[in-house]
Design a protein around this ligand. Structure first.
Ligand code: ADE
Length: 238
């Protein structure tokens, strides 16, 4: 898989690129690059944004600046590129990022992620130069960089070989094997800590009982979550 992140702050991603699962992914042949939106700007003085038509606070990143950055990096017309390559704009107004979308994106060969700043991008970037607008949650960040890292993190860890243990991504929160429910609780040594123990079943060595306890706990969490978010009670494969 090849992921290119376009940002005004490529150095933010240096730390991200050094993380173990990211290095594992790149060692396995996946590519992750960070492109400075400013370097190819056709405007003088490195300008990338402008005041919004119709007035209002803040600055908007120009569509011609994004076009130039994409053209310079991919050497094809960005409108042609948009038809061929999945391109995400990170914005609070977008499609909520969830496990299903992470799974979908992990199946792509190539991904472009555009990180906005200030008031975000000119709407024509969303409409003409990208395929998806994606939000990591109903709150406004100062920019799309942290959101892009969240997306890259969730996607990269799904690629074979990124995680140390092959099974760690199989049975985790929202995975198919748990019917989309949150993961069950985990415990490790010590078995007794300041008067707080570990559920007896986990120490029993009885794998069938452990399995059914875990499914039950996962289901319990799913119900609690549904109550918290006000959604209908989901079913669970228990
Ligand atoms: N940019 C600003 N806020 C964001 C959010 N919640 N998700 C994705 N990108 C953003």
């Amino acid at each position: 898989m090849q992921i290119d992140v376009f940002t005004l702050f490529p150095r933010w991603f240096e730390w991200f690129g050094e993380q173990r699962h990211v290095r594992n992914a790149t060692a396995n042949g996946h590519e992750l690059s960070f492109v400075d939106l400013r370097t190819a700007t056709p405007l003088s003085g490195g300008q990338v944004d402008d005041t919004p038509y119709g007035g209002g606070a803040g600055m908007v990143i120009r569509v011609d600046v994004v076009e130039a950055a994409l053209r310079s990096h991919y050497t094809i017309d960005p409108l042609v590129l948009a038809a061929r390559r999945r391109g995400l704009v990170m914005a609070a107004s977008g499609r909520p990022f969830d496990e299903e979308l992470a799974h979908e994106l992990a199946a792509e060969q190539r991904l472009t992620i555009l990180c906005g700043r200030y008031e975000g991008f000119d709407e024509r970037v969303h409409e003409q130069l990208a395929s998806d607008v994606v939000s990591i949650g109903p709150y406004v960040l100062a920019g799309g960089e942290l959101a892009a890292m969240v997306v890259c993190d969730a996607v990269l860890r799904k690629l074979p070989g990124s995680l140390g243990h092959a099974d760690s991504a199989l049975e985790e929160s929202f995975s198919q094997s748990l019917g989309g429910a949150p993961e069950y609780p985990h415990y490790t040594r010590p078995a007794e800590w300041r008067g707080h123990g570990v559920p007896e079943v986990l120490l029993s060595g009885d794998h069938a009982r452990v399995r059914s306890w875990r499914l039950r706990e996962s289901g319990r969490r799913q119900v609690a979550r549904a109550v918290r978010t006000g959604s209908a009670h989901p079913s669970h494969p228990d």
